[in-house]
Design a protein around this ligand. Sequence first.
Ligand SMILES: Nc1ncnc2c1ncn2[C@@H]1O[C@H](COP(=O)(O)OP(=O)(O)OP(=O)(O)O)[C@@H](O)[C@H]1O
Ligand SMILES: [Mg+2]
Length: 268
Amino acid sequence: MTRVYVLTNHKGGVGKSTSATNIALGLAGVLRRAGAANSRILLIDTDSQGHASLVTTGRNDYGADNSLYTVLMADRASAPQVLVNCIVPSAWDDDLHVLPASPLLESAEPELIGVAGAPYRLADPLSRIANQYAAVVIDTRPSFSLMTEMGLLAATDAIVPVEPRYLETVGLMSVINRINEVREGWRHPDLRISGILVTKLDMRVRGHKHLLEELKAHSVLGKLVCGVIPANEAVSYAHQNHQSVFVYDPQAPAVDPGVPRSTAAPAG
Ligand SMILES: Nc1ncnc2c1ncn2[C@@H]1O[C@H](COP(=O)(O)OP(=O)(O)OP(=O)(O)O)[C@@H](O)[C@H]1O
Ligand SMILES: [Mg+2]
């Protein structure tokens, strides 16, 4: 079964899109270097802001005929083929393909709410074509919306990026509960919480260090911390150039030097 990773947190600006795009790029590179028979990765952008689409393809003007919106509006029988038709190559890596978002996704949600089977309009067609890819990575919008529910129902692994700030970590338990609700309430047992990814960590900031320690000591959340991404201003300049930070600034540390290797995130 192709693993489908969803990056989710209803809090805005915590690094969902940055993590989704770089994890997707990293997976393609790791698989290729390992000589995998298939190293193709599909990145799905479910956020109408289209940030993941913009940085990986250089465009965010996808619309009614060439985006995730098209897939959601297609009838059930043709949706898998429509999905394949809407996938575009990324500018980052030959093995990284993108199903782009569209600003039209804003109107898709009110249109689809209450429509039978609407929450499965991504999961169903994706399950038919996912085996063409080694893995799928889904970026979501900062809300508990129908679109995010669609992303969770299409996924096998939820990763929760979080900034090491008090109010951000306070909301963590509700994100975890929401994922568990989708697994139990929607009978989607394949969905598991893969981990909490601490982003933009600066070990020189006392509060960051303290919150990371608190998080790791937490009886439930502590076991879920799967990686730590250092703060690096180069990320936003890389975005401006529609590049991965690892191409824009090859010296960029993939892990925080102040964090023990056991909890440090893999490159990408
Ligand atoms: N490791 C990092 N170091 C410094 N800045 C970062 C890092 N990761 C992300 N950023 C910056 O933080 C901002 C938010 O990142 P990003 O867009 O990935 O978050 P998001 O959770 O997807 O936001 P939204 O909720 O709006 O979709 C961006 O300006 C990005 O450039
Ligand atoms: Mg985003």
